[in-house]
Ligand binder design. Sequence first.
Ligand code: INI
Length: 156
Amino acid sequence: MMAKHYEGILIGKGLKFAVVVSRFNELITAKLLEGARDALLRHGVNEAHIDVAWTPGCLEIPITSKKLAQSNRYDAIICLGAVIRGGTPHSEYVASEVNRGIGKVSLDTGLPVIQGIITADTLEQAIQRAGAKEGNRGFTAAANAIEMANLLKALQ
Ligand code: INI
């Protein structure tokens, strides 16, 4: 007997998303938001089914995504931010708190809450991951959100 495999398809038609994006390092996060919107729209998500919430920094992303997840209005939440180590002594703390928080919200609410936070050593490295040499982390986070929303639906 063949094992049954479940997969999330990359078709966003009919799905609803909230994007939580941090203003801190807005130069980078605005590009992540562009990448995420691009991925959602080109995978068939309706423009009217994308809501965006801005937070002051990454640390405020988990509570904001929790509020959105609890509204039951979305199939997945996409979290976008940039933590740049250079010159910020507590950046390691910020990065690990955000990751832990996002994971907790996802498990607590049962909704895919996708981590699209860049952790970079330098601004240059962050730019490379926000639409230059290394692609756009916002785009991949949005594609992962579509896949996970569909996977969880398939498993229901
Ligand atoms: N917020 C970020 O989004 N990225 C950072 O790199 C960062 N650093 O390194 O300080 C950062 N700090 C602000 C933090 O997220 C909160 O907004 C602030 O501490 C107020 O709670």
